[in-house]
Design a binder for this molecule. Structure first.
Ligand code: DQQ
Length: 584
């Protein structure tokens, strides 16, 4: 059996060219390191190979933005933009589920649905704020039925003693914030209120995404009672040429350490920095800056080197949008949710009856450098880890591919660390290679270099007709051979035999680590049609959606490869089958 696999891999790699398989090593690990024999991942039903085993999704229909995540009476809530009538966007309500662990989810009826003239066109995105007496309230965007006019509205729990908060009542005072003849608000670009924060004057603040012409805006409102809101003369922040700012998120982070900070916390520099994230409607990516919140002038100023536009760093360099964080007082952390759209065309969504996933919630904090955020899948997800395969330290020879067998590769969690030697042999980066995505698309994993590419091939068919590669390349910096540039790629070009109509963009990100000093780690969460990768322990994240035809269920395989001219060291490798979570 092991021989067969080795042979097939060898043959197929020869067909692909460029590879010579390290057969010796690939034989060693088929049986040796299976440590646990626990629960298996369920195979997906044959007609639904792309539904996930541990990612949040409703039983059917369309889902987009995460809304109002929070903890209330020890229970986590997630609301989400949902179409109760079909697999395409429309008729938007707030879907609602709760959980005690952020892993398993119980569905509830929609929390809010169109019912009033001001939201007849849809209950769009918004946030939850926990008031001083502990009462959670929703601010959401209502879209007027006929003319797409957008206003901000309040909903409160009908029964606070219900820990699931299954019923919500809209305030009779709605709409609370509205475009009028007197203000200059763009009526059809005014949406997605953030979680509110309390400032020094005892008044609540909230920002709403907007634009005027091409200038993106975070319009600021203040209120004493959460019902009567006044627009501030200046936005909290704005930037020219960006287009519409959707789903803004504004929150404090600790300058050092990974603990979360409550949204209203004062602290102030030097202990606290602020993050402003916006979702750029033009590019459909989430960008953030790190900066200072001036509470006196009520403005946010990004640190030097940051601009609130498409040049800002991204949470995720793959498919990830309309994200939102919340402060989790139970675990003292800030948790990030993000919507992962399909990469297939609408006809396919309709055919399979659903569209959209939520990424695994991520703990998020500021890096020691103060220049970027770090993200890591919440710890709780590790309780789904079942059968484990663990390899000892080994050398990954130049041009080798090893199969990681013994787990269910279609529903898995993989952690691998590479140690590189001989960095002097790395190729020098071209001076104009400043765009990681471009580097990755011009040099796929078959293009050999001095150091790399090395990484994983996930959701691969046995003979590698299909695979998605997630890998690193290490370059010497231009004109400075003591500095190195690490690029992380996620290549979807061979993910499926039938994907002409899919979005197959190759994604790329720079990873800000020194591969001399630390091992270069990669963690990848694989779940049938989603591949979420974390490079350098959360320095760079890339999420992809893929639709294999062969690498489905038990037919999926996992490989680790090095296609560089030099060997690299595999300082650790662990892979787990992930058990199926109870989701909705
Ligand atoms: N999705 C919502 C809007 C938001 C957009 C509508 C972002 O509120 O601006 O479903 O994906």
């Amino acid at each position: 059996m092991a021989k067969d696999i080795g042979l097939v891999v060898l043959l197929s790699l020869l067909l692909l060219g460029n590879y010579v398989v390290n057969l010796e090593a690939s034989h060693h690990h088929h049986h040796v390191y299976k440590r646990f024999q626990s629960s298996k991942a369920k195979s997906p039903p044959p007609n639904q190979p792309y539904r996930t085993g541990y990612h949040f999704q409703p039983p059917k229909n369309w889902m987009n933005d995460p809304n109002g995540p929070m903890l209330y009476k020890g229970i986590y809530h997630l609301f989400y933009q949902y179409n109760p009538n079909g697999a395409v966007w429309g008729n938007i309500v707030w879907g609602h589920s709760t959980s005690t662990d952020l892993v398993n989810w119980v569905p509830h009826p929609p929390a809010i649905s169109p019912s009033e003239p001001y939201d007849a066109g849809g209950c769009w995105s918004g946030s939850v704020t926990i008031l001083l007496d502990g009462k959670p309230v929703i601010l959401y965007t209502g879209v007027h039925g006929t003319d797409n006019i957008q206003t901000q509205n309040l909903a409160e729990p009908t029964n606070l003693s219900d820990p699931f908060l299954r019923q919500w009542s809209k305030s009779p005072a709605n709409p609370l914030m509205a475009p009028t003849a007197a203000n200059s608000i763009n009526a059809t670009s005014f949406r997605d209120p953030t979680t509110a924060w309390l400032s020094l004057d005892g008044k609540w603040r909230v920002i709403i995404g907007s634009k005027i012409d091409r200038r993106g805006l975070a319009i600021l409102y203040t209120s004493k009672d959460f019902v009567n809101w006044t627009e501030s003369p200046e936005p909290l922040h704005s930037d020219d040429g960006t287009g519409m700012w959707e789903c803004p998120d504004f929150y404090p982070v600790a300058r050092f350490g990974s603990l979360g900070v409550e949204t209203s916390s004062f602290g102030g520099p030097p202990l606290i920095k602020h993050v402003l994230k916006m979702s750029l409607d033009d590019t459909k990516h989430d960008y953030y800056t790190i900066g200072t919140y001036d509470r006196v002038k009520d403005v946010y100023v990004p640190d030097k080197g940051f601009a609130q536009n498409g040049s800002a760093p991204r949470y995720d360099y793959g498919k990830y949008y309309a994200s939102k964080t919340f402060y989790d007082p139970l675990k003292n952390r800030r948790v990030l949710w993000g919507w992962v759209n399909e990469s297939s065309p609408v006809v396919n969504d309709v055919e399979k009856g659903w569209s959209g996933l939520q990424a695994i919630p991520r703990k998020i904090w500021l890096d020691r450098s103060g220049k970027q955020l770090i993200q890591w899948p919440i710890k709780e997800i590790e309780k789904l880890r079942a059968t484990q395969v663990k390899w000892p330290y080994k050398v990954l020879e130049a041009e080798s591919v090893l199969e990681v067998s013994g787990i269910t590769a279609s529903q898995a969690d993989v952690e691998v660390s590479f140690k590189v030697r001989g960095l002097e042999k790395a190729d020098e980066i071209e001076p104009d290679w400043t765009d990681a995505q471009l580097i990755c698309s011009e040099q796929n994993e078959s293009v050999k270099a001095g150091l790399g590419p090395f990484g994983l091939m996930v959701l691969a068919s046995k003979s590698l007709e299909e695979y998605t590669s997630v890998y690193f390349r290490i370059f010497k910096a231009h004109n400075d051979s003591n500095k190195y540039v690490v690029v992380m790629c996620s290549d979807q070009s061979r993910s499926s035999l039938e994907q002409e109509d899919n979005d197959r963009t190759t994604y790329g990100a720079f990873v800000d680590i020194d591969p001399f000093l630390q091992p270069l780690s990669l963690r990848t969460l694989i779940d049938h049609s989603i591949v979420e990768s974390f490079g350098g322990r959360g320095e760079a994240c890339i999420t992809a959606r893929i639709y294999p035809k062969l690498a489905i269920g038990e037919e999926a395989h996992l490989y680790v490869f090095n296609n560089g001219r030099q060997s690299v060291h595999l300082s650790s490798l662990s892979a787990w089958t992930m058990a199926t979570a109870h989701i909705n």
